[in-house]
Write a protein that binds this ligand. Structure first.
Ligand code: GLC
Length: 695
């Protein structure tokens, strides 16, 4: 069917082709048989690697390391291009503050500033100079998808203009400024108008405000779904309104609505110029990719490149830099020589498929290194490492096309006897010197179509953990998840907790390197870790609200403070901050102030620290968040080293979009500045911004 459509000139791009030979066969039909001979563009979801799988995107964001993120996506681009893919439907840049939403795993968390830095780094990595080993980047999903009501996937999002411009659009602006060649429109209704038929969004905002000059592609079947959403009256109405709104290409699995456009032009429903505009934008991308000069892929290149040792080493380093040490009362790092036996507990500890995470389609599952394998290879024969799968992890309550699309999804065996397996795991832990318990969600319990109504550990994992802890064997907890899970009991009762995310192909080795101290973890949370699902949505950059004692923000049952704050993460070194200083105490609107701080590694080992800068303005024409991230730097400090770290604060950091002015503004005000290792940093200073009067 695809071949016929291509030969007839019925498709300009094809998705889900990741085999060079097939790509060339389809390309030959397009270039040598179709009427116009225009080359195809091959697009695919290369979200966190193709054959070499990197940590999931939210984990890459947790590295707070744009260079590592850029390097990771450059490897992904190299493998994708060798496989015949020239365009990736990534980065996903949707900000979200709702842990129930499964796609939290695909983005960079809750913060527009971190999200913008990550978005730009990913675009640079994917596209670079758009040379022969790069791919077109496609930031998605424009816009506001992460604010879907109730964290329910595809659900409507009501977002004010100021919230849209101050929170949800900045990562798109950063991706566009980094040169992204395409943008993907979202499914959901934004303020009652589906994003894929939303002229204000796709033209006035994306093109007129953000200056985007590439092409806009719909999400899969999102044009046809304009009818499903009861926005369009027919496929023709859907196609005409989408292309008129500024949507240039329809991604569709079957029977595209855009097929009605020639007749719509003949019937005067849409000007031919509108179609020509869309075509020009897509052709420009194909020219940028050099497809007219070289439409075919070297079919011999992929084998040597895909999964290359250097790529796996890069994936391991990215995973080591993404792990977040949530709690450590000294139990970590582990000393192998002090251990006779380790019981590694949990189905996820030994699940290659889950170690890779969602949104992987060209993986070789056997290539993945699990936590169990990583620990075994790290300790060698010195320590007896035993494993028990333990508690089952219940599967989906409803059928999903995503499970049908991925035959490698791992499930708890149907004949699994939960009680017997838990008892066996507890007994093994009791008989060991250490219990390394791996808990979390299966990789298909997060991602698209995977929202959860609870943040509980699925199944009886918590009960199992409690029974293991009750044996008296020391417990170290490793969490594999893409969203924050309810760790209240573990935080109270266990000595050490490691957030391992889904760490990718070399994940188990990276987690073992952190556990045994070969690497001092420096990952930091890209989202607030709520205490309870009832607190969600939750984020650190909230307003101060009317409440003198600032007590109103609590619940009857418990405070609304997070379990772990945004930017949180521990390491095996301690860092001291001192000498916070400004080059000026007063500036005028539009001017910059330089911030400097001295950071000292007080430990006896080299280690990374993520220096974070937050600001708050005390008054102005709008209430502004109690804190906002406006600068960060991941630095490596040798043992005992002190380094001065500098940040500039100016209009780019201090202005915001004002609803009352319907424009970007900067207030004359007093600005508080904090610098430290997370969003609760208390080393503070302040400066005054004047309207431009005397200084
Ligand atoms: C999906 C997703 C989108 C993805 C596309 C193609 O429904 O929403 O992120 O790129 O379809 O797989």
């Amino acid at each position: 069917m695809v071949e016929a459509a291509v030969a007839a000139g019925g498709a300009g791009s094809v998705l889900f082709v990741k085999e060079p030979g097939l790509a060339n066969r389809l390309q030959r039909l397009a270039v040598e048989e179709s009427r116009l001979g225009i080359p195809l563009m091959f697009g695919f979801d290369v979200i966190h690697g193709l054959r070499t799988v990197f940590p999931v995107p939210v984990a890459l964001a947790a590295s707070w390391d744009p260079e590592t993120i850029e390097r990771s996506q450059a490897v992904a681009a190299r493998e994708a291009r060798a496989a015949g893919i020239q365009w990736t439907f990534a980065p996903m840049v949707d900000v979200t503050r709702d842990a129930r939403w499964g796609r939290i795993i695909e983005g960079a968390g809750e913060d527009p500033y971190l999200g913008s830095a990550v978005a730009a780094a990913q675009v640079r990595g994917f596209q670079g100079d758009l040379g022969p080993d790069r791919v077109l980047a496609g930031p998605k999903h424009l816009a506001g998808y992460g604010a879907s009501q109730g964290g329910r996937d595809y659900d409507e999002a009501e977002i004010s203009d100021s919230e849209l411009r101050n929170v949800y659009l900045p990562p798109f602006r950063a991706a566009v400024d980094a040169g992204a060649g395409t943008v993907m429109s979202a499914y959901m209704d934004l303020n009652g108008v589906p994003a894929s038929g939303n002229r204000w969004l796709l033209t006035e905002v994306l093109r007129d405000e953000l200056g985007f000059d590439g092409f806009v592609v719909s999400d899969a079947n999102a044009v046809k779904s304009l009818e499903t959403q009861h926005f369009a009256a027919s496929p023709t109405d859907a196609a005409v309104r989408a292309v008129s709104a500024g949507l240039d290409m329809e991604m569709c699995m079957f029977d595209p609505a855009f097929r009605t456009l020639p007749q719509a032009v003949a019937d005067g429903l849409v000007d031919e110029e509108v179609i020509d505009r869309a075509v020009r934008r897509v052709l420009a991308a194909k020219f940028r990719l050099g497809l007219f000069e070289q439409p075919y892929v070297d079919e011999g290149a992929a084998d040597a490149l895909l999964g290359a040792p250097a790529h796996r080493a890069a994936a391991r380093e990215a995973a080591e830099r993404s792990v977040v040490l949530l709690k450590n009362d000294g139990a970590l790092p582990l000393e192998a020589s002090a251990l006779g036996s380790i019981a590694v507990i949990g189905q996820l500890a030994d699940s290659k498929r889950d170690t890779l995470g969602p949104w992987v389609f060209d993986h070789v599952t056997d290539d993945a290194v699990t936590v169990l394998e990583g620990v075994r290879s790290r300790v060698g024969d010195d320590v007896r490492v035993v494993h028990a799968p333990g508690a089952g992890i219940p599967g989906r309550m409803f059928p999903s096309m995503f499970d049908r699309m991925d035959p490698t999804v791992e499930h708890t065996p149907d004949d699994h006897d939960d009680e017997a397996e838990i008892a066996r795991a507890v007994a093994l832990a009791e008989a060991s010197d250490l219990a390394l318990v791996v808990v979390g969600e299966r990789q298909n319990q997060v991602g698209e179509n995977a929202s959860r109504a609870t943040l509980d550990l699925p199944g009886r994992q918590l009960e199992q953990l409690q029974r293991i802890a009750a044996t008296g064997t020391p417990v170290v907890l490793v969490v594999m998840s893409g969203r924050p899970l309810d760790l209240r009991w573990a935080d109270e009762e266990l000595p050490a907790i490691v957030q391992a995310w889904y760490p990718g192909t070399s994940g188990g080795d990276a987690v073992a390197a952190v556990l045994f101290g070969d690497v001092s973890p420096a990952g930091r949370l890209p989202f607030t870790w709520p205490r309870h699902v009832g607190h969600v949505p939750m984020h650190y950059a909230h307003l101060r609200t009317f409440d003198p004692e600032q007590q109103g923000r609590r619940y009857w049952e418990e405070p609304s403070t997070p379990l772990y704050p945004f930017g949180h993460g521990l390491g095996y070194a301690t860092f001291a901050y001192s000498g916070l200083r400004l080059d000026r105490e007063r500036i005028r609107v539009g001017e910059q102030v330089q911030v400097r701080v001295d950071v000292t590694n007080e430990s006896g080992r080299d280690a990374d620290e993520v220096v974070q800068l937050y600001v708050h303005q005390r008054h102005g024409r709008a209430s502004r968040p109690v804190r906002e991230l406006k600068g960060f730097r991941r630095i490596r400090l040798a043992a005992g080293e002190t380094r001065t770290v500098g940040f500039d604060l100016g209009p780019d950091e201090l202005r915001y979009w004002s609803a009352s002015d319907r424009d970007w503004v900067q207030d004359a005000t007093t600005v508080d500045v904090w610098v430290g290792g997370d969003s609760t940093a208390d080393l503070a200073t302040a400066f005054t911004v004047t309207e431009g009067a005397d200084r």
